[in-house]
Design a binder for this molecule. Structure first.
Ligand SMILES: Nc1ncnc2c1[nH]c(=O)n2[C@H]1C[C@H](O)[C@@H](COP(=O)(O)OP(=O)(O)OP(=O)(O)O)O1
Length: 209
């Protein structure tokens, strides 16, 4: 099983993958890439919880997402991830790299987004709402089977996949279980400007199983 084209580590072997149908030549061309980061705080629990930010403006506005953005000139992705986390929700964390994703949009921009994903089990400082993001906790476990005596303060609402990028549902479970992952999705926008996935591929390299 081989990775889709465009990822930095195309030679990796893969043990597990979720993928749409289509041949190797059906992927959109990748002309160039821009580096981004996305960082997640995951409180081990129980109950396991994930911190997401409601994006108030800019690209991906009104979606919940991790905290991140562009890697600036002279920065490593790890430095950018720490900076963006602090800028967007006010906290610091010991971040571990856990995945690389490539997103290509049919209608542009002309570059593909290469997003380095980070996670941490905890943080220091005080969470704050910023101009860009409103941080909120969500249950990572399936709350349908939780004890009913536990209050919403103890068990927050489930991960709001319907208000997130459509690719997230494929790789966030891998992030939660600490499995390193790689993946790619090609997008188009529908007539109302909503992002639709044309093709996708998300997998776990064989060395990590
Ligand atoms: N498809 C998809 N799924 C999950 N996450 C993302 C995508 N596409 C994305 O762009 N992202 C992530 C990657 C980044 O974390 C953000 C986008 O970064 P952005 O807010 O545009 O970058 P900043 O540098 O913070 O932007 P400004 O502050 O300059 O506006 O979404």
């Amino acid at each position: 099983m081989s990775l889709p084209p465009g990822l930095p580590s195309e030679s990796l072997h893969v043990r597990y993958a979720e993928t749409s149908s289509g041949g190797d030549h059906d992927w959109l061309p990748v002309i160039s890439t821009k580096l981004y980061t996305n960082a997640f705080i995951i409180s081990p629990g129980p109950p396991q919880k994930i911190l997401l930010g409601y994006k108030k403006r800019g690209f991906g506005a009104h979606f919940y997402n991790g905290f991140g953005g562009k890697v600036e000139a002279g920065e490593s992705p790890a430095q950018a991830a720490a900076r963006e986390l602090k800028e967007e929700c006010g906290v610091e964390a010991s971040l571990d790299h856990c995945g690389t994703l490539l997103f290509v949009n049919k209608g542009g921009p002309e570059w593909a987004f290469q997003i380095e994903i980070y996670r941490a089990d905890g943080y220091s400082g005080t969470l704050i709402e910023t101009e860009e993001m409103r941080p909120e906790w969500f249950s990572a476990a399936d709350t349908r089977f939780s004890e009913t005596s536990l209050t919403p303060e103890v068990i927050p609402p489930p991960i709001p996949y319907n208000s997130m990028w459509p690719d997230d549902i494929y790789w966030i479970p891998l992030l939660l279980t600490k499995l390193p992952f790689v993946g790619r999705a090609d997008f188009d926008t529908d007539t109302s400007g909503r992002y639709e996935m044309l093709r996708w591929w998300f997998g776990v390299p064989s060395t990590s199983l």
